[in-house]
Design a protein around this ligand. Sequence first.
Ligand SMILES: [Zn+2]
Ligand SMILES: [Zn+2]
Length: 660
Amino acid sequence: MAKHFLVAVNTPFNNSLLTYKSEVEFLKGDLVEIPLGKRITFGCVINEISGDLDTDIEYKKIRGLVDDSINISGEIDFLSWISKYYHYPLGQLIFDTLPKVLKRPRELKFFEGENSIPEVVLENEQELAWEELDKLNIRSFSKKLIHGITGSGKSYIYLKFIKKVLNENRRVLFLVPEINLTPQFISFFVQHLKVPIYLYHSDISNSDKYNLWKLMQEDAGPCLIIGVRSSIFIPIKNLGCIVVDEEHDNSFKQDDRCPYSARDAALKKAQLNNIPILLGSATPGMDSFYNFKKTDDYIPITKRFSKGSLPEIDLVDLRETDYGIDFETWPIPVSTLEKVKQRLEAGEQVLFFINKLGFASYVQCRSCGHTFDCPNCSVSLTMFKGRRELSCHSCTYKEEMPSMCPMCQNMNLLNKGFGTEKVSEVLEEYFGDKSIARFDRDEIKTTKKLEEVLNSFHSRRIDILVGTQMVSKGHNFKNVNLVVVLGIDSQMNYPDYRANERAYQLLTQISGRSGRFGKSSSVMVHTHNPENDIFSFVKAHSFDGFYQKEIEIREVCSCPPFFKLVAIYINGKDRDVLVGLANKLTSELSFLSEKYFNEVGVLGPRPTVIEKRANKYTWVTLLKSSDINQLHNLLSTWEEKIKLKSGYSIKIDVDPTFIT
Ligand SMILES: [Zn+2]
Ligand SMILES: [Zn+2]
């Protein structure tokens, strides 16, 4: 007698759950090979179907197991939740997250905990925070938000809790937003723990990923896994707790494929596994703060650990000091360079922050005004002087640096805007004998290079580090007491409801790199708009002040956390067809909203901020509602009817972090 199984098939169709038959037994969570149409693909067994099936249908047969060493039965509920919440096909989600199956994987690499440093003694507030955590029942679900200012010793509090869980022979998942934070956490945990420590991020080999998945399904002893957002999908047997550090960070949200938030998914995973979860940040997301602040699950730490003091924030008014693009040290005022000089002469190191790559943001002809734009996208090309290249930041297009204007043959080209390369050059010219290094995506392409630069900076072989947001997060630089921030205005003017929140977080995080170890320290923020309220809150180190002001705006504009948002991106190659499609799909949404789901507002469609990318156009429609059920039901009803021509696609982004 053939048995029947419900299988989540690796396909982009809305309904990826199909029925298959088999003479042999399969278990929930088995990965199988199956026919789909004329091709062979993969699927995951969800359950055996009992009871009567339609006898007229000839179900296709499961061909066999893909791999008998991986079974994800323990994750099916979790993955199903993600699939439903983010409106992404379950089968596709499962196979997006799975490492490639290997026949002969190499041996798994890991770090052996040495526990070589005695435990630090916590101070007043840190001790109180720990007492709160110590009360938790580690065998049941609970969530805590540790809101500790930068340098407040959050890591030591995590550490004590992690030790407690490991002592119960359970495993711990520690989530960080970016690869570049893993080196310092590895050395921290190697020094303080006596268990194996595993890494999981995009730069480890597929063999290591595959091995780790296999190992984590086994009943082996306690360990710590440090990973970026995708590690939330590792099926970890005996998982005892999850820690999400820098919980506010946008990198926890995936952009492409299924746009899930690893932080929100982690909360769900902890709940399903009935274990505690700790979220930590110096600048919690507005949504987290709003949800936690009114509960007992909120743990504030307001003082820096071990005598560290918060830096003085100096606003440099560029309206008074900016002498324009032709000035020798542009974009850095001489007064700033002199302050940097004093710090360097005192034997300190200095950090520069500028959130743009390259030498110039765009190049323009002085005579006719022609700008050099990407032929495939609606953006200007960024100039990289060292590589003698203009390149596009939204596709792979690049061209050799032009020597003259193609329109009027004028040789006088103007570089506008600036990035890390330009700032480094100015610093090199001004401080001839000092060592200056860059810390950005352009310069740091591997974890090896990352560690090299960080080590050089820690051992003081580099005097000034010029970085993008890569330097802003979590790093502990012992000898930095001055941070210089350039180009922050463009961040604040970004047309998105979260622009203020992001600017506040960014400034606070960057400031947090300064003066973590006692000395008097400062941050010089360069702006054309010093009157902006955000600066006064950053200056006063007043998260609450910022929050109070911002939450009122959110309520008035019906934005999160009061309303839920969904962004629907519609993408295609022919602009006219795309606009027609976007209008049609949006009017279907409006129709459903008016008729059945009154609580959902439909806005749009409109072109995205960068309408054309890599020769494809994108328009966006927004859904807004305070009724989450109506929102999901509207989406599900609408999705069922969608039929798209090839070359056109839709991306649904639930709780978008950026609305572009
Ligand atoms: Zn010209
Ligand atoms: Zn491009």
